[in-house]
Design a protein around this ligand. Structure first.
Ligand SMILES: NC(=O)c1ccc[n+]([C@@H]2O[C@H](COP(=O)([O-])OP(=O)(O)OC[C@H]3O[C@@H](n4cnc5c(N)ncnc54)[C@H](OP(=O)(O)O)[C@@H]3O)[C@@H](O)[C@H]2O)c1
Length: 272
């Protein structure tokens, strides 16, 4: 099944649409004539994007400012959409961030906020919206994981674990939903220049040093890979050949050899 055709009573819900990959995905869906509903915390940015997409593509765009850490706010989303006369037939779980540094220097509240955003919100929104898709026998889910899903990451342990969860969860629900006419795709980017590094407190020059240029893919290209993979009903999409190779290497390498190497390269693990 490919992306559903536009309908006035259906929407593509895109989380983390206020910047980076999510903003680009929302733009690509709107360019296909699909109505989009933008979710993130920064309402002002979402409103600017909504006006731009509506003007450029002539589609319906709603803004639902939401803090996805908050379970009650997530639970309220189907009701807010119903009030607008909308059902979700494309769900893009893209919002996410990473903490940085070893667990013995971590801020417990920040770690939990990351798990709530990167893991809990993905599960919650899939549970909220997949039943309607299955009932209508139509729908697409795109979960944004990372190449971090393919191996543990000392220095970003919670983040790597979150993305491994998202990849595993996406594979499993893809199989569950196959008979229901609903597709599930996991997008696993390598490094992308977005607000992500700043939100994680990663120094851009250290990041560039740790991640050679050939691994970097632009946000619009990453988004295009994700939307095309969703349209082609692929299970996993990894943007760029070097990232595909590194994911395979990370997946297959013995942990006792790989992890000291990953730790040595990681900016947050140096000088400890
Ligand atoms: N950039 C990379 O190198 C990279 C690599 C692999 C995977 N990824 C993944 O790609 C996804 C998008 O990240 P990005 O690179 O585009 O980073 P970004 O530019 O920082 O975008 C993150 C988005 O998530 C939203 N967000 C964060 N916390 C939220 C919360 N509590 N509630 C609602 N929205 C929240 C942010 O909006 P507000 O701040 O307005 O809420 C923003 O729209 C993430 O899942 C990330 O893990 C990124």
């Amino acid at each position: 099944m490919s992306l559903p055709a536009p309908r006035p009573d259906r929407t593509c819900l895109v989380t983390g649409a206020s910047s980076g990959i999510g903003e680009e995905i929302a733009g690509l869906l709107a360019a296909r004539g699909l109505g989009v509903t933008l979710v993130a915390r920064t309402e002002s940015k979402l409103r600017v994007l909504a006006d731009d997409l509506a003007a450029r593509h002539g589609v319906r765009v709603e803004v639902l400012a939401t803090d996805l850490v908050d379970a009650d706010a997530r639970s309220a989303l189907p009701g807010r959409l119903a009030d607008l006369g909308l059902e979700v037939n494309v769900l893009v779980n893209n919002a996410g961030f990473s903490t940085l540094g070893p667990v013995y220097r971590s801020d417990p509240d920040r770690e939990i906020a990351m798990i709530r955003t990167d893991v809990e919100a993905v599960v919650h929104l899939c549970s909220l919206f997949a039943p309607g898709m299955a009932e209508r026998r139509s729908g697409c889910i795109l979960n944004v994981a990372s190449t971090a899903a393919f191996q543990p990451i000392p220095g970003q342990a919670g983040y790597g674990g979150s993305k491994a969860f998202v990849l595993s969860y996406s594979h499993a629900i893809r199989e569950e939903l196959r008979s229901q006419g609903v597709t599930v795709t996991a997008l696993c980017p390598g490094p992308v220049e977005t607000g992500f590094a700043e939100a994680a407190g990663i120094d851009p020059s250290e990041m560039a040093e740790a991640m050679p240029k050939l691994f970097w893919v632009a946000a619009d290209e990453v988004a295009r890979t994700g939307v095309e993979a969703m349209d082609a009903n692929r299970a996993v999409a990894i943007p760029g050949l070097p990232n595909k190779a590194s994911a395979a290497f990370g997946w297959l390498s013995p942990r006792r050899l790989l992890l000291p190497m990953v730790a040595r390269q990681h900016p947050a693990m140096r000088d400890l």
